[in-house]
Write a protein that binds this ligand. Sequence first.
Ligand SMILES: [Fe+2]
Length: 285
Amino acid sequence: MRASVYRERFAVIGDAGTADAVQARIANQMTQWGQRLPFNKVLVLGDNVYPSGDPRLFDACIAKPYQALWRREVRFFPVLGNHDVKAGFGDQQLAYWGVPAYYNFKFGPPGQDVEVFALDTTVMVPGALGGEVSPQNRKRAEDQAAWLRQALAQSTASMKVVMGHYPLFSLGAAAKAKRLFWQQALAQKLAPILEQYGVDLYLAGHEHHYEAPKKLNGVWYAVSGAGGKLDSPVKGLPEQAGLIKKNHFMLFETTAAGLQYQVISDQGQVFDFGLIPRKGQSLRK
Ligand SMILES: [Fe+2]
């Protein structure tokens, strides 16, 4: 019998809502891996319902692919992506999942507890047609930033994870000037908050590939945006160190050392793994 060491696990998917065979393969891998390494939470990084968040596709993109996990009482914690809000159905989708636009939750025992802060980053950038952020969204973004500061300041969790659809830093943004511009604007607003309050990890999607966690000013940034979609081999940046074009999900596990992760392809292969160490501990990979 294995020694009973407390381990809490959660999965991460991004840009998954295609309702196609790829999403189904990832969901199937999650179900299979969950039998060996049980997890009870999935963080869903946005673009959950392609192409434009149509409520008639909620069942096909959300309920159906993950029904085996729902049956095991795995809980899903989503944020909205640009495709979810582009036709104005963001609030309906949040109601379907049963979550607000931004929120936090905590799990794990004292000393090894993890708190997750879920953000709606879509209110921080202009819509698909460009232009300026609407006054309504600017207000929502300001309210959200004030909430985030307060929630982070009050957190006593041993590790803090923030999740949002848009990356603050990514290699992929360099492929498109407009994207890079907005990413930098987002980073200017959010990165100082993450740094000030000791956030350990920021998880994002939007870029349809995997970018390995990278540490900047004390915060680790990772991109997991290929839970259904995938950049073509020729679109955007080529594969390179830290950027892998494979459909995948991530599986995290809390340990005394920090958050261990593995990255699992739609074929069930682990193609990256590592550790987000607790602050004050060195990286072991
Ligand atoms: Fe996106």
